[in-house]
Design a protein around this ligand. Structure first.
Ligand code: ISL
Length: 624
């Protein structure tokens, strides 16, 4: 293995930029190419505005604190809009900023029409929407309508008595009784945040359903009044203020069906069992989404990206995203972010091999080919560990290479591209040494304590839980954004620091250090976004082809579209790897080692040698 220490590689790279792109930025539309007919024989459908867009997700609590209370806020976001514009972002997605008791970081909404006061006001949101629109950027919000907070006035009314007119707005069921007379919940379903999905309400003598925390009761979508209230309060209220669409939370769980059956036992150590088979993709799901479109979305040309867990079958995914059916614009299919999760228990990390990852990428690239569906390219969000730590290497000597290698992959994939805050500077997971007391997420903390109770604090089991949380835990994505090397990573002025501990390595990994540096991860992402825009017809819209899909070390794929061919070669190991160039006549355009001219010197015929964590993008004008 040829080992070149990373600092040397940095110095060795040429001082001339490796990109030679100086085209005007054309937002949303792919530029025409030489091979496209100038007078098409069939009318060319107009590409919707959101397909070529690059979306940036903001997690309000952790993005930027403007008032020194240790928590991010909307004025903080507004202060960074130019930063996002400069990066090349087209759409800003704001995770929930609605009023909420914050049991689940705002995914428990107590009032859709108000802003959580520590984040700001509705007027601040109007300013933010205006600030984005003035810069030709769009804004989408999170639409969390599977459940509300138990503090929402709808639920307060619903639980007030069995004959309250809103009783049926949530899902209430009578108890079951065991043979010995013990009161039992209606089913054995496990909630996402540990324990069961049913909470007993003593005053009215029934259970209510909550797939997530007990403070997040599920709305009853079977009731038309409930649906209409959701459309008004959660959707029209914000669309009328100018938001351009929604990321739709847990989009496949609204129709629970009518049968509430016990789930099969796959985790015998617990009474409660995973039960998504019974509540995901229920019988009226598509009917509800068509109605939502018909009554609301189509009147605003709004974009939707649905969060679609538990749906591995491409045919089923297509049922949601076929353009002619008018349900959702696109979805986040979960296979890529589920990699490494345990089957019966999410935080039981399972080692995995590269062919699994490659197969998943290929599957969700190709499933729309020949259809009118659309896909997304993403590998991070607020519920996931950081991609460098999960899929590549966050070791100091490989971290930057890994970040750039993944940036090459992501920006070359077909679909709308989503970047999560901090991904553009290569933020990484929490160190292995952080104890559970540093974690804040209800899912992680509850899971840890449920296993502690169930194993009587068994040290080895809990160590494995901590290892799993360090790789997969949602808090990894929720650390304060690392703006600079000053105290608390420049996230907050509060003397006591941020609401959550900042990463130990913020001194090395921060925005201020990277923005002016042409060799930085941030500059690399920015240039890759520009390249993606310049060659949208192949990078955003092209057909995907994978090679040597069983190879466990490298990932080689091609994209073809608009008369252009691209080949991407990625080394997912810390050692040199030999790969084959599948096509001839391509030119190296981008490499994460920065030495585009030198990199091809070692090429022999079709053989290429990739250095540790090397990524390359080759291009040829003219297809095969
Ligand atoms: O967490 C999962 C599996 O363990 C997913 O299947 C889960 O359904 C999905 O991630 C839901 O997430 C969304 O809704 C939650 C919220 O906590 C998350 O932050 C949000 O992304 C409840 O609203």
């Amino acid at each position: 293995m040829l080992y070149v220490p990373f600092p040397l590689l940095q110095r060795a790279s040429s001082s001339t930029p490796i990109f030679h792109i100086d085209l005007p930025r054309t937002l949303y539309f792919s530029p025409p190419t030489a091979t496209m007919p100038t007078t098409p024989t069939t009318p060319t459908p107009i590409t919707p505005w959101w397909k070529d867009a690059v979306v940036y997700q903001i997690y309000p609590a952790s993005f930027k604190d403007s008032n020194g209370d240790g928590l991010g806020d909307i004025p903080g976001i507004i202060s960074k809009i130019d930063y996002l514009k400069d990066l090349g972002i087209d759409i800003v997605w704001i995770s929930p900023m609605f009023d909420s008791p914050q049991v689940d970081m705002g995914y428990d909404i107590s009032d859709y029409e108000a802003v959580y006061p520590p984040y700001g006001t509705v007027e601040d949101m109007e300013t933010l929407i205006r600030a984005c629109h003035e810069r030709d950027m769009k804004v989408i919000l999170d639409l969390v309508i599977n459940h509300t907070s138990d503090q929402h006035r709808w639920f307060q009314e619903s639980r007030s008595s069995r004959d309250n007119p809103k009783r049926d707005w949530y899902i209430w069921k009578p108890p079951r009784y065991a043979e010995d007379g013990t009161r039992m919940p209606p089913t054995n379903w496990r909630s996402y945040f540990s324990g069961g999905t049913w909470e007993w309400d003593e005053p009215t003598g029934e259970y209510y359903l909550h797939l997530f925390a007990k403070e997040q009761p599920d709305l009853n979508w079977e009731n038309e009044d409930t649906r209409n209230a959701i459309y008004d309060s959660a959707m029209r209220f914000w669309l009328d203020k100018g938001v351009d669409g929604f990321r739709v939370d847990t989009v496949n769980m609204y129709s629970k069906g009518v049968e509430f059956l016990d789930a099969p036992i796959i985790d015998p150590e617990f009474y409660e069992q995973p039960a998504w088979l019974y509540y995901a993709n229920g019988p009226r799901m598509h009917e509800f989404l068509r109605e939502m479109n018909d009554k609301v979305l189509k009147h605003y040309d709004a974009v939707t990206v649905g969060e679609l867990p538990h749906t591995p079958d491409p045919k089923k995914v297509l049922d949601y995203v076929g353009a002619s059916d008018k349900q959702l614009s696109m979805v986040f299919q979960f296979d890529i972010v589920d990699i490494g999760q345990g089957v019966a228990r999410k935080y039981q990390f399972q080692p995995w091999k590269l062919p699994l990852f490659k197969g998943i990428v290929a599957k969700w690239q190709q499933f729309i080919e020949g259809t009118d569906g659309w896909t997304t390219a993403f590998c991070e969000n607020h519920d996931q560990g950081r991609s460098i730590s999960r899929f590549a290497s966050d070791a100091p000597e490989y971290r930057v290479l890994s970040a750039k290698m993944l940036a090459i992959m992501m920006t070359a994939l077909t679909g709308t591209l989503f970047i999560y805050q901090g991904q553009e500077i290569g933020m990484i997971n929490v160190p292995r040494t952080w104890p559970i007391s540093e974690f804040r997420d209800i899912e992680s903390v509850n899971f840890y304590h449920s296993i502690a109770a169930q194993t009587n604090n068994d040290a080895a089991t809990l160590d494995y839980v901590m290892r799993s949380l360090q790789i997969l835990g949602r808090d990894n994505a929720r650390l304060p954004m690392q703006w600079d090397a000053s105290a608390h990573a420049g996230f907050t002025d509060r003397e006591a620091g941020a609401w959550m501990r900042v990463h130990d390595r913020y001194g090395e990994i921060n925005v201020a250090r990277q923005v002016g540096d042409p060799e930085s991860t941030w500059s690399f992402w920015r240039e890759m976004i520009r390249l993606r825009r310049e060659h949208g017809e192949v990078l955003v819209h092209g057909a995907f082809e994978g090679f040597e899909m069983e190879n466990e070390e490298t990932f080689v794929f091609a994209k073809r579209g608009g008369g252009k061919t691209v080949v991407v070669m990625l080394n997912f190991t810390g050692e040199e790897q030999r790969v084959e160039m599948p096509y001839e006549g391509l030119e190296l355009r981008v490499g994460n080692y920065g030495d585009v001219e030198g990199a091809e010197k070692s090429a022999v015929g079709r053989a290429r040698v990739l250095r540790p964590w090397e990524g390359r993008l080759y291009m040829m004008m003219g297809g095969h």
